[in-house]
Design a protein around this ligand. Structure first.
Ligand code: AMP
Length: 219
């Protein structure tokens, strides 16, 4: 199944997608992780896109569409994929329709206070990319990843002033996708109103929707 997870920064897209990938056996593709990887490896592209990412702006469509199109050509995407952080503009959604199409869009509805509390306490593993939260999803040992022992860090773009900018960018450029996909009958809403709701509960809700759509569409 070709799944898009839509929602504001801090809605839990990466956290849920990293669990769904194990249940469904299809790859979790995060364009944010791809962007951070290019920046970390200091590639030519990484140097070009760092300034956008650091200030919370979107990387230009043509660059990110090229990156994603290359990734979707790989063998592991044949049975489907879970997209996290793509599309983020109408132009990207149109490009995705041409490249591969979409079966289901899960829209995560999360109130602003939950988003801000999540992002300002988010911790990421520098080695494997696992996501933690200093309030709600603490590692067993402070500052260390449970899975691989890597050091945890705060993302450059999770600073308060950048969070505000990312929320603005989301409203202006990404929110119109809700209507875009609703019109095509592909959108399903899943809400999380309480910051303490554990990821397992949300993943269960999302899995219920996925199973329903699988049945409806005979996938
Ligand atoms: P994320 O981890 O999804 O919050 O993405 C981190 C940053 O990477 C964003 O703030 C953008 O600068 C860039 N980025 C990730 N995905 C996209 C996309 N689909 N379009 C444009 N920029 C993106």
């Amino acid at each position: 199944m070709k799944i898009v997870i839509l929602g504001p920064p801090g809605a839990g897209k990466g956290t849920y997608a990293s669990r769904l990938t194990k249940i469904l056996g299809i790859p979790h593709i995060s364009t944010g992780d791809m962007v951070r990887d290019e920046i970390r490896r200091q590639t030519d592209l990484g140097r070009k896109i760092k300034e956008y990412s650091d200030r919370g702006a979107l990387v230009p469509d043509e660059i990110i569409i090229r990156l994603l199109a290359e990734r979707l050509k790989r063998e592991d995407c044949k049975r489907g994929f879970i997209l996290d952080g793509f599309p983020r503009t109408i132009g990207q959604a149109e490009a995705l329709d041409k490249i591969s199409g979409v079966d289901l869009v899960i829209n995560l509805n999360v109130p602003d206070d939950v988003i801000i509390a999540r992002l300002s306490n988010r911790l990421i593993c520098s080695k494997c990319g696992a996501i933690y939260n200093a309030l709600t999803l603490k590692p067993k040992k402070e500052g260390i990843c449970d899975r691989c022992g890597g050091k945890l860090y705060r993302r450059e773009d999770d600073r308060p002033e950048v969070i505000q900018e990312r929320l603005k960018v989301y409203r202006r450029q990404t929110e119109p996708l809700i209507e875009y996909y609703a019109k095509r009958g592909l959108l399903r809403n899943v809400s999380c109103n309480d910051i303490m709701t554990p990821p397992e509960v949300m993943v269960e809700k999302i899995m219920k929707v996925i199973r329903e759509v699988e049945r409806e569409k005979n996938l």
